[in-house]
Design a protein around this ligand. Structure first.
Ligand code: KIV
Length: 274
């Protein structure tokens, strides 16, 4: 039987804790969340890191890409998550357009996102080209997680969500980008949809932890979108996804039973009224 811990007994996960975990060979678990209720459950379930991903653009708002979501919308999602979390490190994605144009604008947006949401760290997509901005954000006192491989904010450049860095030249660039992000001071690196052998090479070479999604088992940790691994998104079936529940089915069954009860006049009954 699990006994709920009091707030003062809970030790918050930090960026340096993730570094320690890598050194000890302890795997890091990370899931996305975008709202208070789900964040509370995911935190109590025991993941180390909660990512307020810009995938909120797809999962929460129903857009086709991550591009439309704004800084203010990310702040809304991140502050909702922060209010539900006691233990996990909360990392929030900087959205498309908030850091690519100019370093000073990137730092200003980063400071505002941390100040308004209360999140612990930010994640930025990209390699060597974003290093000056990453450095400035870290200098401002904000821990930064990098993100290489399939970077969905560049979907129009790639033209596809297929596996990245299969060719030698792109794999070499990814290795160079990973080294540059570590050198710039990133505390961890997401590797999305790249060959497992390349993810293993990056993981062995870097001192900072790598967190994979569709990047094989050798990375220091794994991340999935919460709604995907809970089976809420029936249409999304990539090879890398393992489903741990079938909530779509459960929710539809519950809604249908409720609707039938209402129509039959069975809900509410005598015990469910005042
Ligand atoms: O936005 C997101 O959900 C992400 C993960 C897929 C890593 O960046």
């Amino acid at each position: 039987m699990s006994v709920a811990k009091r707030d003062d007994e809970i030790k918050k996960v930090t960026a340096s804790k993730l570094q320690e975990m890598k050194l000890k060979g302890e795997k890091i678990s990370m899931l996305t969340a975008y709202d208070f209720t789900m964040a509370t459950l995911i935190d109590q379930g025991g993941v180390d890191v909660i990512l307020v991903g810009d995938s909120a653009s797809n999962v929460m708002a129903g857009y086709d890409t991550t591009l439309p979501i704004t800084v203010d919308e990310m702040i809304y999602h991140a502050s909702s998550v922060v209010r539900g979390v006691r233990r996990a490190l909360v990392v929030c994605d900087m959205p498309f357009g908030s850091y690519q144009v100019e370093a000073t604008e990137g730092v200003r947006n980063a400071v505002r996102m941390v100040q308004k949401s209360g999140c612990d760290a930010l994640k930025l997509e990209g390699g060597i080209e974003i290093v000056p901005t990453v450095r400035r954000i870290i200098e401002a006192g904000i821990p930064v997680m990098g993100h290489l491989g399939l970077t969905p904010q560049s979907i129009h450049k790639f033209g596809t969500y297929a596996v990245r860095a299969k060719e030698e030249a792109e794999a070499q660039k990814l290795l160079d980008d990973a080294r540059a992000l570590q050198e710039a001071g990133c505390f961890a690196l997401v590797l999305e949809k790249i060959p497992a052998a390349l993810a293993k090479q990056v993981t062995e070479e870097l001192q900072i932890p790598t967190i994979g999604i569709g990047a094989g088992h050798a990375t220091d940790g794994q991340v999935l979108v919460g709604q995907d691994m809970l089976g809420m998104n029936q249409g999304f079936k990539p090879k890398f996804l393992r489903r741990y529940a079938n909530l779509a089915e459960n929710i539809m069954q519950a809604v249908s039973a409720y609707s039938e009860d209402v129509k039959r006049g069975d809900f509410p009954n005598e015990n469910e009224q005042y």
